[in-house]
Design a protein around this ligand. Structure first.
Ligand code: AMP
Length: 213
């Protein structure tokens, strides 16, 4: 299965990606996670990406496309993959299409998560990430047992700089201007499946799997 998840920030793509990757036995490739790992490791790529990410803007395609193309050559992606957070504009979608056509491995499906803006803002503003394992929680909807401490690994929870309220507005604008057009792009290719991102994690996962059958 070669699958793409698309949807606004805060729609729960990352959470669902973990479930779907395990269901289909394919690697979960999140460009946001790769960038954050590079920032943590203070690599050249991380240093370059950080200013764009902190402002809620897209990291330039020249960097992002090569990074994804390289990741797709890893052996674990040979029999499929789940891309979470990529492509995020038409240029990236074109690049990916060309890349996959060259290897004769076209996409199987694009799954869109739909969510209202008011709900997105509520989710993002309360979201916390773990510095240790990267797991996410929410101060109200998914509160950790001990405030500020990750339930999974005991690591410190923090607010991603791009989840700060002033940055959220820009991320939503970037999504509607640059990323939303890829929904029609994939619709016209007959690859698009859309589901509601409202409900319990298990409920949405079941919806996603049913949509992909
Ligand atoms: P995410 O974790 O998917 O919300 O991504 C966090 C941030 O990483 C985004 O706001 C962008 O700054 C950057 N990023 C992730 N994926 C991409 C992409 N495909 N193209 C450009 N920037 C990206």
């Amino acid at each position: 299965m070669r699958l793409i998840l698309v949807g606004p920030p805060g729609a729960g793509k990352g959470t669902q990606a973990v479930q779907l990757a395990s269901h289909f036995s394919i690697p979960h490739i999140s460009t946001g996670d790769i960038f954050r790992l590079n920032i943590k490791g203070e690599t050249k790529l991380g240093l370059h990406a950080k200013s764009f990410m902190d402002a809620g803007n897209l990291v330039p395609d020249s960097v992002t496309n090569d990074m994804v193309a390289d990741r797709l050559t890893h052996p674990d992606a040979k029999n499929g993959f789940l891309l979470d957070g990529y492509p995020r504009n038409i240029g990236q979608a074109d690049f990916l299409k060309e890349n996959l056509e060259k290897s004769g491995t076209p996409l199987d499906a694009v799954l869109e998560f739909k969510l209202e803006n008011a709900e997105i803002i509520k989710r993002l503003a309360g979201r916390r990430a773990c510095r240790g394992c990267g797991a996410t929680s929410h101060v109200i909807f998914e509160a950790p047992k001990v405030a500020g401490v990750c339930d999974s690994c005991g690591g410190e929870l923090y607010q991603r700089p791009d989840d700060a309220e002033n940055v959220i507005a820009n991320r939503l604008a970037v999504y509607s201007e640059q990323t939303e057009p890829i929904i029609n792009y994939y619709k016209s290719e007959g690859l698009l499946k859309s589901i509601s991102a409202v409900g319990e994690v298990s409920e949405i996962a079941a919806r996603a799997i049913a949509a992909l059958k």
